[in-house]
Design a protein around this ligand. Structure first.
Ligand code: ADP
Ligand code: ADP
Ligand code: MG
Length: 651
């Protein structure tokens, strides 16, 4: 067994690998970018090596530096985690050439599965059912449109080099095909440097069911299935194992197909064979098709660990060190049911925009496995995936594990960034999900109910006004309190377009009474730098940004208020319409207009890519473009001015 390994990754997966190494007595070397100097994975590892700047291309993707760090610290092997270089065959070859062990499959196996078109061809040959469609070399737009016609709408356009839901477009009808193709190609070119696509039949009532496989280079076993059908825009939100409604016959058929796939490429290590399943008529053994194989440890591997009792990272280490497969197929069995929910820093009501922030408060309940890469006080930076934690529960039955998940989400506390916590909690209580009626369209169908913001408690409104008045934060008596009279001031907040005037009476440096617009008052008292509201200490914190206040209430909800400046409102409205701002930090992918060009309200101006998605920025009104303030390829901050329209001429 290895004495010491280097983990070429960050965040929760680096921490996850360290945990198993620690248990097995293997020393660990972490690597970190400048943005991660104080990160949890660095603190947990026995040693840590800086590898470059915050951008992944300058650090976590610098294979040369990672290998150098392994050699310099005397590590015998490299664990790649997921993402970054985990599925990069050139990296695997470089690691091996340096005399180190890559903890994962061979470069050849990764190459065989690297492109979805070649992988599908290979799988069809090995007798694994593949999704009907076109996965040939002819990338001519007319030809692809013809292939879509032949397959029959709706179809899915997929980047052959795709991953993480990128470069994928569902097309309903022939007239939408050309634009969808262009946009899929653009996203694929940007993300993977490869614009090639394939066409697939869009499967009806789709369910995503994947099989965990494990190989030793010759033989493979499977560790049953995970159902990852709860998705938003092709990205997994909650995963579970086993799949609801699975039959013995279907499980055997899928497991055998997955093992066949792994053995066909001499697979070594942990891998996942993803299938799309037609769930319109229950689960039937002739209605699943191969989509792709992920040649790495998967984000959602903990649900498999929960139901099988296997530590998949331990198996990875053992097989990479040359030991035989730790179990035979007949030794493996399913015990109970498990769920995983992905907690992200993202603004759900604003359309799931990735968010950033310092996690002032972060607390998880007992009774759930928590895989996380952050601690209270750590920041979610714009550089990496905004995942905060994975919350995993395991119970004797599906119902038990799901109610544990709901309870764990309710008792998770996170402030300092807006998160999808309330959305996850709503999903965990969704009656259709509870009944096991899962398909990849569930979230989109019920989105309004799932993202509905909970009613705003009076304490949240009072705290928002206190924060907006500058009274949050360290006591500064001169700001709100004068010796000769209690100071009264009215703060106007706005929510859903309605003005909410809150009158604050400062009765001392640490006492404020907030009179609310609908009657009633909240008495606030400052204790230990925080505000006690109506004599209780609710778990509320407020954050003031330019033009808005956000109150975080952990699992209870997040409430946003606009801060209209009464004097400047008219001017602000004009400015807002004149200048198109970046709604979040991201990469400006394309700018479609030039100075002097006339635009109509709703016209596409630019495309911003943030984290894993493209966002189209449109003109808020008719007008003429006065100035382009950023260029395609620029990394832009939230609030950065991108395009300015010429001022409207009053009639
Ligand atoms: P999985 O299929 O393992 O559940 P996802 O589908 O969420 O994972 O993501 C697919 C891959 O993309 C994973 O390897 C993940 O690490 C990687 N990934 C996710 N987010 C990002 C990101 N912001 N930047 C780079 N890679 C990412
Ligand atoms: P990625 O590499 O981005 O993970 P996949 O091929 O695994 O791409 O597909 C991602 C998701 O898109 C799937 O989990 C599923 O929800 C949906 N999907 C993929 N192919 C199909 C299909 N043929 N019909 C319906 N949905 C599909
Ligand atoms: Mg996939």
């Amino acid at each position: 067994m290895f004495r010491k390994i280097l983990i070429a990754n960050r965040g929760e997966i680096a921490c996850r690998v360290i945990a198993t190494c620690r248990r097995m007595g293997i020393s660990t070397v972490a690597v970190f970018s400048e943005a991660d100097r104080a990160a949890r994975h660095v603190a947990l590892a026995d040693q840590a090596v800086p590898v470059g700047g915050p951008a992944p291309a300058d650090s976590y993707l610098r294979g040369d530096r990672l290998i150098e760090a392994a050699l310099a610290t005397g590590a015998g092997a490299i664990h790649p985690g997921y993402g970054f270089l985990s599925e990069n065959p050139d990296f695997v070859e470089a690691v091996t050439a340096a005399g180190l062990v890559f903890i994962g499959p061979s470069a050849a196996a990764i190459r065989a599965m690297g492109l979805k078109d070649a992988a599908k061809a290979l799988m069809a040959e090995a007798g694994v059912p593949v999704v009907p469609g076109y996965h040939g070399d002819n990338q001519d737009a007319e030809h692809l449109a013809g292939a879509a016609e032949a397959v029959g709408y709706p179809v899915l356009i997929k980047a052959v080099a795709g991953g993480g839901g990128k470069g994928m477009r569902r097309v309903e009808a022939a007239r939408d095909f050309p634009e969808a193709l262009a946009s899929a190609r653009r996203e694929a070119e940007g993300a993977f440097g490869n614009p090639a696509v394939l066409i697939e039949k869009y499967i009806d009532t789709p369910r995503h069911i994947e099989v965990q496989v494990f190989g030793d280079g010759q033989r493979a076993v499977h560790l049953f299935e995970r159902d990852c059908s709860l998705q938003r825009r092709h990205q997994k939100v909650i995963e579970e194992a086993p799949a609801p409604g699975m039959t013995g016959e279907m499980r055997a058929a899928m497991g055998q197909a997955a093992v066949r796939a792994a053995e066909a490429i001499g697979y070594a290590g942990a891998g996942t064979v993803e299938f799309i399943v037609d769930g319109s008529d229950g689960l039937r053994p002739d209605r699943f098709w191969f989509m792709e194989m992920n040649t790495r440890l998967q984000v959602e591997h903990p649900v498999t660990e929960a139901i099988t009792g296997v530590d998949l990272v331990e198996w990875q280490l053992r097989v990479a060190a040359g030991e035989p497969l730790p179990a035979r197929q007949q030794d493996l069995a399913i015990r109970g049911h498990a769920f995983e929910a992905r907690l992200y820093a993202e603004d759900v009501p604003a359309g799931f925009l990735p968010a950033t922030g310092r996690l002032d408060r972060l607390a998880f309940p007992d009774g759930a496995r928590i895989d996380t890469g952050v601690r209270p006080g750590d920041a979610i930076s714009p550089w990496y995936d905004p995942m905060i934690a994975k919350i995993i529960t395991h119970g004797p039955t599906r119902a038990a594990a799901l109610s544990q998940l709901a309870a764990a989400l309710d008792r998770t506390e996170v402030t300092g960034s807006t998160t999808n916590l309330a959305f996850l909690a709503a999903l965990a209580r969704h009656p259709g999900f509870a009944a096991g009626q899962v398909d990849t369209g569930l979230i989109a169908r019920d989105l309004p109910a799932l993202v509905a913001e909970p009613a705003c408690p009076p304490q949240a409104l009072a705290l928002a006004a206190i924060a907006a008045a500058g009274l949050d934060g360290p006591p500064a008596p001169q700001r709100g309190f004068t010796l000769w009279a209690p100071l009264r001031r009215t703060v106007v907040l706005a929510r859903d377009g309605a003005a909410l005037p809150v009158t604050l009476a400062c009765e001392g440096p640490d006492r404020v009474v907030a009179d609310l617009p609908e009657g009633g008052a909240v008495a606030a008292e400052r204790v230990d730098g925080g505000w006690r509201l109506d004599g209780r200490r609710p778990d509320l914190t407020a954050h003031v940004d330019v033009g808005r206040v956000t109150v975080f209430g952990g699992g209870a909800g997040t409430w946003r208020f606009d801060l209209p400046d009464p004097l400047d409102r008219a001017a602000a409205a004009g400015r807002g319409a004149d200048v198109v701002l970046s709604p979040m930090p991201g990469l400006l992918k394309a700018v479609f207009v030039t100075a002097g060009q006339a635009v109509a309200q709703g016209d596409r101006l630019a495309i911003l890519e943030a984290m894993k998605m493209e966002h189209t920025l449109t003109a808020g009104r008719d007008g003429e473009v006065a100035e382009i303030l950023a260029a395609a390829g620029d990394q832009v901050e939230a609030g950065a001015a991108l395009v300015r329209l010429a001022p409207e001429v009053s009639p």
